[in-house]
Design a protein. Structure first.
Length: 189
């Protein structure tokens, strides 16, 4: 299964092509993300794909039973087992923003994240192609990385249609489009 991980953006990068308004992850047209950056921030992409629904649940306050928070990547040979973790929001600015969003929710509905999430690697069978090692802890960042929702959508789109080059954030209030660009090409190409 790790072949998808090897093929996704192997000789290309994602270029932010369209954005109607800034979001918490992306601010300006022209941002680019390469495969190495994405793997550094998220780890194995197949593992992230399995982890993402739990990630969403935890950041928005879901009470997922403890025994459901251990998952395995889908690789048969070189698999990784992780424990999904919830992290407290520590930045004062995020705490204040969450409080404001809660207070103003009836006037202007907006999502607020009650916690951060990530994972700890519990077991590695064989060698993980993304370089994950037993004991590694990943905490998904909110700045300086690609939006997790866009990554989830792009990875699944590419899996279903290898020729796909446009990837959209699944936001219901914004239009954000990334285009896959081959490495070495001018951004206008």
């Amino acid at each position: 299964m790790c072949l998808l991980n090897d093929k996704f953006l192997a000789n290309s990068h994602l270029h932010l092509n369209t954005i109607e308004r800034p979001c918490r992850f992306h601010k300006v047209v022209g941002e680019t993300f390469c495969r190495e950056d994405i793997i550094h921030d998220f780890g194995c992409l197949e593992l992230f794909n399995s982890f993402y629904p739990y990630y969403l649940g935890l950041i928005y306050g879901s009470n997922i039973p403890e025994h459901k928070l251990t998952i395995k990547c889908p690789s048969l040979d070189n698999y990784v087992v992780i424990k999904i973790k919830k992290f407290k929001v520590t930045k004062i600015s995020r705490k204040v923003m969450n409080l404001l969003k809660r207070v103003l929710w009836c006037i202007r509905p907006s999502d607020y994240m009650l916690s951060d999430a990530g994972y700890e690697v519990l077991e590695v069978n064989g060698t993980c192609p993304a370089g994950l090692k037993c004991g590694d802890v990943k905490r998904i960042k909110f700045k300086g990385t690609i939006c997790p929702a866009t990554l989830y959508a792009a990875f699944n789109s590419k899996n279903l249609d290898p020729e796909s080059r446009d990837f959209y954030c699944p936001s219901d209030v914004n239009v954000i489009c990334f285009k896959e660009k081959e490495d070495g090409l001018n951004e206008n190409d």
